[in-house]
Design a protein around this ligand. Structure first.
Ligand code: NAD
Ligand code: SER
Length: 312
């Protein structure tokens, strides 16, 4: 069996913290190197090696990959949808160049596997709203969505042209309690839990009936690891896989929270993020991921809400 040494880039972010901890459980603490531009997240401290690194600095990245004998790279550094609309040039630059740096070094150093997440943000207003399929009309209207769609094709290109084993998932909005979200349109679904506990009320930046595809973090981490551990011949999509967890609106999650905190109230003050949310599908058809590598979600809205309150 090949002894893997994994580099996680963007390890202090919402997904990075939990993914790093999960990978350390499987591969051993010393074999998973966490790295980020910002300081090491408190939850990672003392659990394994940490390197402060800017993924935009290709030379430094290359040195780390060689010095640490890296065999797999998980690239999580990115600028998300809402922050991206405030600075489109920066979002394009970071989201694309980070990926190109990683793909190039992975090719050169013959890295075994690369993971890079895409997003449901690749879909736009012309994509089907309900049960949005794997292959359909894809015309994103955010710089984040454009960068994710372009990134999917770069991954596919490196796989087809150079045989690089690069794998990807189009995550829905992710809900978690361990680390804070980093500037997305779906962040309301995390904030609402904290405000419900602290203030018993929440002012939502999306309208009451805005349905979006969402997923609880334990499902997202499991999906990522299952995809990465699946035999290569099962991975037929080399752009990025649709996966689905649940879909709900602010009104529905508020009603679920009220079952735990009866005094909780929600009000609505939509901002620029409403337009982004309106451009995305309400639900996702993930039958291809189910058939190819056996994806199946475990959490629905009720089960997730219960677990969030038990852990927060
Ligand atoms: P996040 O913003 O919470 O974390 C990203 C991390 O990358 C941060 O810790 C940040 O400091 C780091 N980073 C940024 N620029 C960097 C640089 N130049 N060099 C090194 N590190 C840098 O984001 P996240 O929610 O954890 O998302 C991770 C990935 O998953 C991203 O590609 C994102 O697009 C994708 N994704 C996330 C969601 C979600 O709901 N969280 C949904 C779909 C896709
Ligand atoms: N949760 C992410 C965002 O809202 C989707 O990629 O940006």
């Amino acid at each position: 069996m090949i002894k893997e040494k994994i580099l996680v880039i963007g390890a202090s972010g919402q997904i990075g913290v939990e993914l790093t901890l999960a990978l350390r459980k499987i591969y051993g603490n010393a074999n998973v190197v966490a790295s980020d531009l910002r300081e090491e997240n408190d939850l990672l401290k003392g659990t394994g090696p940490y390197v402060s690194m800017d993924v935009m600095n290709k030379e430094m990245l290359h040195v780390q990959v060689i010095r640490q004998n890296i065999t797999q790279i998980y690239l999580l550094a990115a600028i998300l949808s809402a922050t991206g609309e405030k600075n489109p040039n920066l979002a394009w630059s970071i989201n694309m160049q980070s990926l190109l740096n990683v793909l190039d070094i992975a090719k050169e150093e013959k890295i075994n596997k690369v993971y890079w997440p895409s997003s449901v943000a690749v879909f736009g207003p012309t994509s089907p709203k309900k049960d949005c399929p794997q292959q359909t009309v894809i015309e994103p209207i955010t710089v984040y969505g454009i960068s994710k769609y372009a990134g999917e094709f770069w991954c596919n290109y490196y796989h087809q042209r150079w045989g690089l084993d690069v794998r990807s998932i189009r995550y829905p909005g992710l809900i978690s309690y361990k680390s804070a979200p980093g500037g997305g349109t779906t962040d309301y679904a995390v904030e609402i839990f904290h405000e419900a506990l602290d203030e018993k009320k929440y002012e939502c930046f999306l309208e009451a009936d805005t349905y979006l595809p969402m997923m609880y973090m334990p499902d997202a981490i499991r999906a990522t690891i299952e995809l990465m551990e699946a035999p290569a011949e099962k991975i037929k999509i080399r752009t990025a896989y649709n996966i689905s967890g649940m879909s709900f609106s602010p009104k529905e999650i508020a009603a679920e929270i009220k079952k735990h905190i009866p005094a909780f109230t929600i009000s609505y003050k939509p901002d620029y993020r409403q337009q982004i949310a309106n451009s995305w599908p309400q639900s996702i058809d993930d039958s291809v991921a189910r058939n190819d590598w056996g994806w199946h979600e475990e959490y629905d809205l009720e089960k997730m809400t219960k677990d969030m309150f038990e852990n927060l």
